[in-house]
Every structure is written in C-alpha cells, then in structure tokens.
Design a protein around this ligand. Structure first.
Ligand code: GSH
Length: 207
C-alpha cells in the first residue's frame, strides 16, 4: 500500500490526505517531522533530501516530494481525467496558478501568523512581523475573494486549487485574529466543510 510520510499536523501533509479521501485511495500514513523526527535520518533523506514532509512512497520504491506535485501525481496516476486537475490547457493552468500561488505567495505570511499563535511561546512572538504578515494575508485573500465572485469554488468546479487554498482558509478562520469581511471566502469555507476529507484532515483543531 502507498505510504505517506508526515505528521498529520502539517498543512502540506493535510492536502495529500484530503485528496486521498476525495479519490478513495488507501494509504498508510507514518508520522515524521516535528517532534516525531525521522526526517534527518539517512533512510528518509534518501527519499526526500529536503528533510521535510510529506513524502510519498509507492510499493515499488518510487518516492516523491513537494506536496503540490504529489497532488498532481496522485490524480494523474489514480484518477486520470479527473476534473480536480483538468486536461484542457487553460483550465489546467488556471488551477495550477492558484496551486503555485498558495506555495509562493500565500504560504509565507500564513506561516508567520500561524506560528505566532500556535507554535511559539508568547515570549518568542514577534508581533510586528505578525501584524505585517496578517495585513499581507488579508490583501492576498482579498484576491481570492474577487476570484470567487459568481463561483462555488476557486476555479468554478472543485479542483486541486481548492485543496491547496483550503488549508490556509481553515487557519484564517480558526485563528484568533481580526479578519476583514470576505463573504465569498467564508462561503467557500462552508462549502469545503461539506467535504468529509476536509473535516477529517484539515478543519481540525490547530496544533
Ligand atoms: N514545499 C514543500 C514544503 C514542505 C514543508 O515545509 N513541510 C513542513 C511541514 S508543513 C516540514 O516538513 N517542516 C519540518 C518538520 O515538520 O519537521 C511541500 O509542499 O511539500
């Protein structure tokens, strides 16, 4: 059975677990990263030299890292033709730009805000950096708010873009922060909560 290495509190692991639920894929998850360690051990570095989670390991020994690439690989290998990752070039590019944007633009400010409230002790917090990151997050999520006008999901139909953005959206609504009103984003959050895989793996208590 396919193995997914990574602690379940990692947002990048969450994406992969949620997609597995969406596609009905069986897997074995093995704790790694954070307090579980393992990621600096030689066997793990041979699979993933970045020493981060998640890592996917197939029965035949094939391994893959980078969560968004794992998402694309799982659709291509298990559910080719799925609307989660459309084949038509522009529809695919639309999904992929939001996936990449989540990694390259949205992730850094969310990590700062999330760590401030959930992972750091009060004396370790840099509230000036938090406030700057929070303002940036509000700005970026305002772009998602506009994109969602007249749509149920980020690219119209439910796709890998929603799976990538969904991890940030849960943290945005669950953290004890002051949020600008983003009604389309709030409606998307409610829609995502109708997905059992989102409730099981993503919309969980912050840890
Ligand atoms: N771009 C990578 C980032 C992976 C990453 O930074 N993972 C974090 C958890 S979300 C990690 O492994 N942190 C160190 C640890 O958990 O030990 C991906 O999307 O897979």
């Amino acid at each position: 059975m396919m193995k997914i290495w990574g602690r379940k509190t990692s947002s990048n692991v969450m994406k992969v677990l949620w997609l597995c639920d969406e596609l009905g894929l069986p897997y074995e998850r093995i704790d790694a990263g954070g307090a579980f360690g393992r990621t600096k051990e030689p066997f793990y570095l041979a699979m993933n030299p970045n020493s981060v989670v998640p890592t996917l390991e197939e029965d035949d020994g094939y391994t893959l890292w980078e969560s968004n690439v794992i998402l694309r690989y799982l659709v291509a290998s298990r559910a080719p033709g799925s609307p989660l990752h459309p084949a038509e070039p522009r529809a695919r590019a639309d999904v992929e730009r939001w996936m990449d944007w989540q990694q390259t633009a949205l992730n850094a400010p969310m990590v700062t805000v999330f760590f401030t409230w959930v992972r750091l002790k009060p004396e370790e917090r840099d509230m000036a950096a938090h406030d700057k990151a929070l303002a940036q997050l509000g700005h970026l999520l305002g772009m998602v708010e506009k994109q969602l006008a007249g749509k149920d999901y980020v690219c119209g139909a439910f796709s890998l873009a929603d799976i990538c953005l969904g991890i940030t959206i849960h943290r945005w609504f669950a953290l004890p922060i002051t949020r600008p009103a983003l009604p389309n984003l709030a409606a998307l959050y409610e829609r995502l909560k109708q997905h059992p895989g989102y409730m099981a793996h993503v919309a969980v208590p912050l840890a």
